[in-house]
Design a protein around this ligand. Sequence first.
Ligand SMILES: Nc1ncnc2c1ncn2[C@@H]1O[C@H](COP(=O)(O)OP(=O)(O)O)[C@@H](O)[C@H]1O
Ligand SMILES: [Mg+2]
Length: 325
Amino acid sequence: MTSEELDDIIRNQFDNTLDGTNFESLGRLYKGKVRDNYIKNDVRIIIATDRLSAFDRVITTIPFKGQMLNQVSSFWFEKTKNLVKNHIIDIPDPNVAVVHQCEMIPVEMIVRAYITGSAWRSYTKGEATSGIILPKGLQKNQKLDDFILTPSTKAVSGHDIYISREKILEDKLVDEDIYTQMENASIKLFKFAQNYCLNNGLILVDTKYEFGIKDGELLVTDEIHTQDSSRFWVADSYNERFEKGEEPEILDKEIFRGWLMDTYPDIFPNITPNQDIPPIAPEIKVELAKRYMKSYQKITGNEFKAEVSDVKKRIVENLKKANYL
Ligand SMILES: Nc1ncnc2c1ncn2[C@@H]1O[C@H](COP(=O)(O)OP(=O)(O)O)[C@@H](O)[C@H]1O
Ligand SMILES: [Mg+2]
């Protein structure tokens, strides 16, 4: 398939993107920024929509994004299930994960192998992240000697607040025994994924894990190692670019934040919760869909077969077939 043919498929899928669902009989609906969650008894059905969020707002939809994200996450859950127990019960459709409903732990675990993003911004201001003070003289995007864990809690606004291990235990946000299990699980998962990615020419730069408790047992929940929860860089070009002080080649949605700020400097990054979302150019949507596809392919080693189709209809059929609807 030529690049132009792929562009056409993506454009033709614009009208089929999944912006949301409303399956009342599936359970109580919690609409996240990206995923529609249905909760019934101890089962949670997570439908990954094609919504794209940035600056804490849902901005637009991207063809095939939900399917790619759910499939990347499911791929990792399957690969790591013997390493760390996870919440997956069933994947009845490319966009859908059926999981154990857990009591969520109010601390998210972020693992970083490089200094970039918000940890870099804090570092330049001389601030610690989650109580961790890094050595002097680091450059932006530099590899750290060892992984660091920078746990965070969610503020009401949805923003993350970094918090130290000591404070987590002091405030009794998590039991020490459980917290230690979370640390070990995070490092195990991260090491595994980093090695796996490197073999596919990708650097897993940093990632976020969420955990929950089910029948007294710790499970890794939410999504893992996806383009929405992690940062990926292209391994080949990293060293050369780093030496020259250039930014690494990125596979995530970071370019979109840049596009928003360049195109609408009066609106982004400080968009408020009720402000209207400005028009999003089809070109940037096509570009993003291609990036998500490229990372899907790099990460999983599977080709992504983009086909114009009615996503919602397929989900309904698959949920019916598996007796969820
Ligand atoms: N196994 C689980 N049990 C309970 N809650 C979960 C589980 N897995 C994920 N979640 C929650 O489901 C939601 C997923 O939807 P998402 O679109 O990421 O929403 P949000 O905007 O809240 O991050 C998150 O709030 C996440 O914490
Ligand atoms: Mg989330």
